[in-house]
Design a protein around this ligand. Sequence first.
Ligand code: DO4
Ligand code: MG
Length: 274
Amino acid sequence: MKKLSRYATSAGPRWMLDGQPLVASFTLAELLRQPASTLSDWLARRRDDAASGIQAQTVLPPIEPLQEVWASGVTYLRSRDARKAESSVADVYQKVYEAERPELFMKAVGWRVVTGGQPVRIRKDSQWNVPEPELTLVINTHGEIVGYTAGNDMSSRDIEGENPLYLPQAKIYTGACALGPEIVLVDAEAMRALTVTLEIRRNGAVVFSGETNIARMKRRLEELVSYLYRELDFPDGTFLMTGTGIVPPESFSLQPGDQVKISVGAVTLENDVA
Ligand code: DO4
Ligand code: MG
């Protein structure tokens, strides 16, 4: 399993493959312009065998500033039921769960994304907030799924529940999108039965934990990607969150200081809540 990660070094950001530096000119955008069939060979030629003494300092989000993060909604029964319960217009969620066209929305541009060890935020004007642990696809220019990472689609349930048209405010704000820390380079087949877990700690004690599996998702990963690529081109590739199958009970809301731990397959994303 190949893992891509990005670090701050004294010479600027540097991508690594399984902890070994790639050439300084390597960009994720260039990787995502390669067809999936040639990716392994192409990547092998990007190793920097001459690199020595590179001190990886802080881990950086595994995304470049101009790539976008899109998100899917209501792809699991649990998400549909939670939205129906919170919403003043419950039937929109029932309809989108059953419809042929999925719910897709833009979550963040790359420069807004945080990664493990950096804080996620809850909005000051919201009283009911949750993390959403989501398998996040890494997709190339040609619409092929080439990898995945862990994602947190932080959400304000009271704002979304008041009116579905407030969804962008419930979902898009500073510190609302966490990804990483690594990208696992595998095809969609390897993702079909990944386990997703969520654990929330407060003052050292676990206050919520949950688990689901990608096999429980109503839609196929390729179906979500094909709708996203219908009328949008992604010259640098893109990321797609695939929806949450874990929602804490209605009585639960995140608080500043909580610690959120999300695992998706082989990737574990940990953030404190600010
Ligand atoms: O429709 C609201 C958003 C749904 C969502 O983010 C999810 O199901 O994960
Ligand atoms: Mg979500």
